[in-house]
Design a protein around this ligand. Structure first.
Ligand SMILES: *[C@@H]1O[C@H](CO)[C@@H](O)[C@H](O)[C@H]1NC(C)=O
Length: 263
C-alpha cells in the first residue's frame, strides 16, 4: 500500500483516533481498522422502542434467544431497541472508544433486559470492528460507548435506558388512547403521534414496516428533557398495530434472515 492511498483512507476516516493495519487470515488483503477515539460530542438522545409483532414479521425462523418465539409469553408491549446518541445533522457517532461488551457487568439486569429489551432476531448482531455478538453487545458497543460522557459505563448505560423506558411507557399511552393491537383495525398515524404528544409533550418519530407501526422514537436532550427528533416519521396516513402472527417453528430454517439488527 502506498503512502498516498493510506493518506487518502486516513482523510476519509473522519475523527479516527487510531489507524492500524492488520493481516486477515494470512491473506494479503489488508484491512484498516479505525479505533474511533475522538468522535465529537453528540447532541441528543433517541430512545427507540419497537413493536415486536411488527418486527417479527421479518423473521421466518425461531430460536430460544428470540423474543419473537416465546409463544404466549412473546412480548405484547413495546420493547427497547436502543438508547442512541445522535447529532443534530441527522448522523450519529458509533463505535466510540470504550470497553467491549461484558455480559457480567449487567448480570443483575438480565431478567429485566430479557423481558423489556429482548433481541427479536436469531442472527447475531454486528458489534464493532467487524465482530458479531449479542443484541446488547451491539447496542453498547455501537451506541452506548458514544454516550458514555453522559450515561457512564456499560451498566449505567443499560440502567439509564431502562429508567427512561419505565418512566415513559409508550405501550400504556397508546393502549390508553385506544390504539390496541389488532389485525383488522387501521389507525391514523396522526392520532398515534397526538397521543404521545398529549402524554409527553413531545413529537415522536414513528417508523413503519409495510404499513405497520414498527418503532416509536422519543428524543431527549442530554439532560433528559424531551425535544424534537430530527428525522421525520416514515409512516403512511393509516397504520396497523398487529398482533403476533404465529411463527411456524417447524419450517425449514433455509429462509433465515441474515440481516443483523442494523441500528
Ligand atoms: C407499560 O404499560 C403496559 C400497559 O399498561 C404494561 O403492561 C407494562 O408492564 C408497562 N411497562 C412497564 C415497563 O412498566
Amino acid at each position: 500500500m502506498t503512502s498516498l492511498s493510506i493518506s487518502m483512507i486516513l482523510a476519509s476516516v473522519l475523527f479516527a483516533g487510531l489507524l492500524t493495519a492488520v493481516q486477515v487470515n494470512g491473506d494479503s488483503a489488508v484491512e484498516l481498522v479505525a479505533t474511533v477515539a475522538e468522535q465529537r460530542e453528540f447532541d441528543y438522545f433517541a430512545l427507540a422502542v419497537q413493536w415486536p409483532p411488527t418486527y417479527c414479521t421479518k423473521s421466518t425462523k425461531c430460536c430460544d434467544q428470540s423474543g419473537c418465539c416465546r409463544g404466549e409469553d412473546s412480548p405484547t408491549w413495546f420493547t427497547i431497541h436502543g438508547l442512541w446518541p445522535d447529532y443534530n445533522d441527522g448522523s450519529w457517532p458509533s463505535c466510540c472508544s470504550g470497553p467491549a461488551f461484558d455480559e457480567t457487568e449487567i448480570s443483575s439486569l438480565l431478567n429485566v433486559l430479557d423481558k423489556y429489551w429482548p433481541t427479536l432476531s436469531c442472527s447475531k448482531a454486528s458489534t464493532c470492528h467487524n465482530k458479531k455478538g449479542l443484541f446488547w453487545a451491539h447496542e453498547w458497543e455501537k451506541h452506548g460507548t458514544c454516550s458514555s460522557a453522559v450515561t457512564g459505563d456499560e451498566y449505567s448505560y443499560f440502567v439509564t435506558a431502562l429508567n427512561l423506558y419505565f418512566k415513559y411507557n409508550v405501550t400504556e399511552v397508546l393502549f390508553d388512547a385506544g390504539y390496541v393491537p389488532s389485525n383488522s383495525e387501521m389507525y391514523p398515524s396522526g392520532g398515534i403521534t397526538a397521543a404521545i404528544e398529549n402524554a409527553f409533550h413531545t413529537t415522536p418519530q414513528l417508523v413503519c414496516l409495510k404499513g405497520a407501526l414498527e418503532e416509536v422514537r422519543l428524543c431527549l436532550t442530554k439532560d433528559f428533557k424531551f425535544r424534537d427528533c430530527v428525522a421525520a416519521s416514515d409512516c403512511p396516513e393509516y397504520v396497523s398495530l398487529p398482533t403476533f402472527a404465529s411463527l411456524d417453528a417447524t419450517k425449514p430454517a433455509g429462509r433465515l434472515i441474515s440481516g443483523a439488527e442494523s441500528s
